[in-house]
Design a protein around this ligand. Structure first.
Ligand SMILES: NC(=O)c1ccc[n+]([C@@H]2O[C@H](COP(=O)([O-])OP(=O)(O)OC[C@H]3O[C@@H](n4cnc5c(N)ncnc54)[C@H](O)[C@@H]3O)[C@@H](O)[C@H]2O)c1
Ligand SMILES: [Zn+2]
Length: 430
């Protein structure tokens, strides 16, 4: 864990480095480029070979898809408590999605033409559900659930299988409940490539959404254009900014929960209170002993965690905006004022009683959020990501008459006289 006080040498340069840009690693870029070419050239054969190599499973082309029997077995395997939890989370997701879905609208412009926008759901989308380190059941809901709410008719899930060729039943159940019409047992960059380009057995999709490790994220980045994507949600992050009003036990618990995501997860704690900082560190040491993913947590605490004693809450806010955290937990006395000052966070959890975990699983907004500093340029996954937007224009003779002089002037400047003519002709004939 990196612990720095504002009076320490190296503090200023450390803070500067927190202003990040998500730039792909050259090695990962090259490897993913090869995987994409291989899938483009050899289709299903490439998927089977990579699934053997990276996930240790030997499948046939037919077994790339989850079968009806497997869906039925998954449905039986999940407990009533799991079903209820999934239903409650989906209910909040659908209600939240309803608020952000765009609605058709139109109005008359200055010349009297009717102009507006129409929204239609994508026809077929791919949803990536990570499966490497944990069965992310909630991610199935927080991606496919929004596609379902937007009315997407074909939702195809992709998630890696285990060496036994099986996918976690709760993930399958959650995908089905979230409207998935097909699920492929493929993970990594190869899954993204297959969804974007299609293979003999997999029809390509219009858009790919969902988080993943660096291979998944890089594949989405390279395939933009062939498909639409949502954003590039990579390894998860939490930043906690608290003044002296923060509860040290709660803060420690949220830091540990974040570290539990393992891998390249990032955990940061900023406070202007030295007393709180000391208490949080003590609470972390105590609480960690009770947790099952102890080993993963210690790795992240060692490699991906920083704790800063900042000069002031103003400086804390500036660091937050530079860092653009995926999740920000904001705990302070002047909550309203501080909340308004944060511009780049993917999601903000306000006050002592808002655990990030509730947002991970249940609250309603998607937990698929921008990471690695991308919050400066991207926002989290929303239902309206799944809506295509088409603008509509309709004129009558009166609107043509009022528009003509401007069209003719642009036509003259741009040397496009057929454009002017195409408008004037409307007034010469009935
Ligand atoms: N930002 C968000 O909203 C959000 C939400 C949930 C999860 N996440 C993140 O998603 C990530 C999930 O990662 P994961 O690894 O657990 O699952 P994953 O499904 O993303 O990756 C597993 C796949 O990666 C591929 N792979 C593994 N090693 C490889 C190698 N050496 N070369 C090429 N391909 C390889 C394999 O095909 C494997 O199936 C985590 O970092 C987690 O923090 C982010
Ligand atoms: Zn989490």
């Amino acid at each position: 864990m990196k612990i720095l006080r504002h009076s320490d040498p190296g503090y200023a340069s450390f803070i500067k480095r927190l202003n990040r840009r998500a730039i792909p690693d050259p090695g990962v870029r090259e490897l993913v480029g090869e995987i994409i070419s291989e899938v483009a050239a050899n289709g299903d054969g490439a998927l089977l070979a990579y699934t053997k190599r990276f996930d240790g499973a030997t499948l046939t082309a037919k077994e790339l898809f989850v079968s009806e029997e497997e869906f039925a077995a998954a449905e039986k395997a999940v407990t009533p408590a799991t079903r209820r939890a999934i239903a409650r989370s989906l209910k909040n997701i659908k209600a939240f999605a309803k608020h952000s879905l765009r609605k058709d609208w139109s109005y008359k412009n200055a010349e009297g033409a009717t102009v507006g926008e129409r929204f239609t759901p994508f026809d077929r989308v791919g949803v990536y559900v990570p499966g490497g380190k944990a069965p992310l059941v909630s991610t199935a809901l927080m991606t496919a659930g929004f596609a379902l709410a937007a009315g997407v008719p074909e939702i195809i899930g992709a998630t890696p299988c285990g060496p036994d060729g099986k996918v976690n039943p709760a993930v399958l159940y959650a995908l089905r409940k979230s409207g998935a019409t097909e699920v492929i047992k493929v993970g990594g960059a190869q899954a993204v490539a297959a969804l974007a380009l299609g293979t003999k057995s997999i029809r390509p999709v219009d858009m790919i959404v969902g988080p993943g490790n660096r291979f998944v994220v890089e594949a989405k980045r390279q395939l933009v254009g062939a498909v639409a994507i949502d954003l590039l949600p990579g390894p998860s992050e939490v930043l906690i900014l608290s003044d002296k009003t923060g509860n040290p036990e709660f803060i420690a618990a949220d830091l540990l929960a974040q570290a539990e995501h393992a891998g390249d997860s990032v955990v940061g704690f900023l406070t202007d209170s030295k007393a709180l900082l000391d208490k949080v560190l003590k609470a972390v040491d105590r609480q960690i002993l009770t947790l099952s993913r102890n080993k993963y947590i210690r790795d992240v605490l060692k490699g991906g965690t920083f704790v800063l004693h900042v000069k002031s809450m103003d400086e804390g806010i500036a660091i937050v905006n530079d860092f653009a955290p995926e999740h920000l937990s904001l705990i302070c006395a002047d909550e309203k004022k501080r909340l308004a000052q944060v511009r780049t966070a993917g999601a903000i959890y306000v006050g002592n009683d808002s655990p990030v975990a509730v947002g991970d699983f249940l609250a309603g907004p998607s937990h698929t959020l921008p990471t690695g500093g991308a919050g400066r340029s991207f926002s989290g996954l929303r239902a309206d990501h799944f809506q295509r937007r088409t603008s509509i224009v309709k004129l009558d003779k009166a609107a043509v008459r009022k528009s003509l002089d401007v069209v003719e002037e642009f036509a003259r400047i741009e040397g496009l006289d057929a454009h002017g003519r195409s408008t004037a002709i409307r007034l010469e004939h009935r």
